[in-house]
Write a protein that binds this ligand. Sequence first.
Ligand SMILES: [Ca+2]
Ligand SMILES: [Ca+2]
Length: 725
Amino acid sequence: MVLVRILMGILLGLGLAGCQHTSAVVQPGQQIPLYLNLNGHAVAADGLAPSIIASAGNEGQSLSFDAASNDAFWKKATPHLKPSMEAAPEEAMAVFQLEARLFSFINGRFRWEINGSLWTKTHAEGIRVMEVAFPVFLRFKHENEQDAYGEGAHSLGALLTQQLKGAHAATTAKPAVPMKPSINAIYMVMVDRFYNGNVDNDMAQTNAADPLAFHGGDLEGVAAKLDWIKDLGADAVWLSPVYDTQKEPFMGHGAFHGYWVNDFHEVEAAFGGRGALHALGETAQKKKMGLILDIVTNHVGYASELPQQKPQWFHKAQEIKNWNDETQVQQGRLAGLPDLNQDAEDVYEHLHAATKKLIDVPGIWGLRFDAVRHVPFSYWQRFNKDMATQLAAPGLRLGEMLDGNTVVTAKTLKSGGFNSLFDYPLYYAMVDSFCDGKNMQAIASVLGADRLYEAPQDLVTFVDNHDLPRVLTRCHDDVAATQRLLAFQLAMRGIPLLTYGVEAGLKGSSETEVRSDMVFEKDANTYALIQHLLQPRKGEALFRHGASHVLHADANNLKILRTHQDRAALIAVGDAAGLPFSSLSAATAQPLLTETHAVAGLRMTLYENVDAALLQKELEAFYHVSPQWTLSVTDVPSEGALYLVGNPEQLGGWSLQGAKKLEMEKNTATVSVLGKTGEMWAYKLVLETPQGERLWEKGPNRFWFGGKDPSRTNIDFAGVGFDPH
Ligand SMILES: [Ca+2]
Ligand SMILES: [Ca+2]
């Protein structure tokens, strides 16, 4: 994969640069002799064939683009490399020289730099026709140059093509790669519950007095209230599904939410039909806003005629009983809804054609995919690939994966081909900490896992949605805790999502409450705070894109530094004292939460005109420390053994093979490990019985956070319970 992309880039290079010793442009199917040099070593022809087939030949066709990454990573560099032309085989037409070097360890990731040059063999010494340079981030210390090339392959392909396009612009007048307009914040609207903009389209079943019935809200209503959303600071509007929907209630529940689809190819008449969707998109576009459509692919509604018309399109009826069984989860009926068989080609075509029709209106900024877990990855890969080319910018492809495990979300994102997911891991950590007073370190451990994502800035953060308790209720009606949570969300990386009504202080946790009617009244505690914090995110890359460095984390206090180029922001929960960077003392500091926007127990400071090079140096020095961590367990029984296992590689990556055995002295078992400043580790104890059985510690994970100094944790064995795993 790596090499295919590199080689394709070279093919393009030869074709476009005209390669002076051969006047012909590369043709499809033509073989190009090439010499590849990685870190000074010539790469064997095996697998890196010096002669390769130009499968496409035409510019750009075989390369996948990632406008976000090549924009973010581009910088001019002067590679010091110079290949020896004599070493290249006679038949080689060009030499491509790449060098990957470990640059630093920062923010829990290993930063490598890749430099590269493409040389043609026109003259004895060669002519350098192109240079590239960019960083890549690796997760583990043991990863090497080859891993760095692998990680960087996508960016490299995009960079090469971008450069070549620039060089060739005069003869190929192609439009530039569309850049992503930046989404500032998403506002979720349940169409039927938002605003009734036209009573004439209300259906016979509409009854605003019945909390389970349709209430008459429609797309004209959303259009009428776009300014309310815009004034709050959000620019993308996520609409609940707008398909032709079931009209009659099922077991007393109306299908006002839109997820019980009748016909994927029609827009619900009670929502205003296709004309109203088109008009809403146009109005949004004029206001520099966009729509995100909710796409259902897993099932149809109970009343849909499709299961009768096309029985072969559906899985055999079965309930999901075992949620650990992937086949059941994907093929079983979710809440008894007829489950589509996405492996059938007809089903793919039906859903794809319906979605294409739906996105063929102005102002569509993206799609939100429902019930990701219940549909096979193979479907998502294909669907996302198609949507990536068919959606207009910014083309958000946002998946709903209900899982609090960062490893699972990162894998889903990559394997399913999405470019965004709801950040459930951060949601769970934030509400546990801010609403329930649980350990703040859980938040740090989620942010530390950002290295697992290619683009953590594209994750969608949230504190509630139409399936979850409203945030004020989740925080036990504690206004101060809710404010801290909201403000914290709005200072984190990613795209913030706000659920309609949060700014009106709506409450509740039942279905009818979390999907209740919108109230267009500004809540004194939340409206102004949200508006105030969405403001600096506009046109400011720091909050969405900036890196998150955990400076301190304990049970009740959390200090996070966000950095991007010459700007930084400190977000401090609890104790905010002690900022170890002189680059920030010298910068212009501006508190973000003061006077009417003050939030108890939370401080935010924005730093402008930061000496970025100095800050970078200081961060590297800060995170380079490896303090010793000692864990002791007291009153351990004399038989059996104890192990320490956890998420970092030092603790086996949750595998017992790499676990650390504790040393016994008297009745105390102890182990010491070299940690990392700024790293948050999750861990557990494992007990080995005298019979050789290994039992895992019960209950939630324990956490350790690496400070600057050595630290010690003491656990009393009597308080630890063990379970067979
Ligand atoms: Ca209506
Ligand atoms: Ca399914």
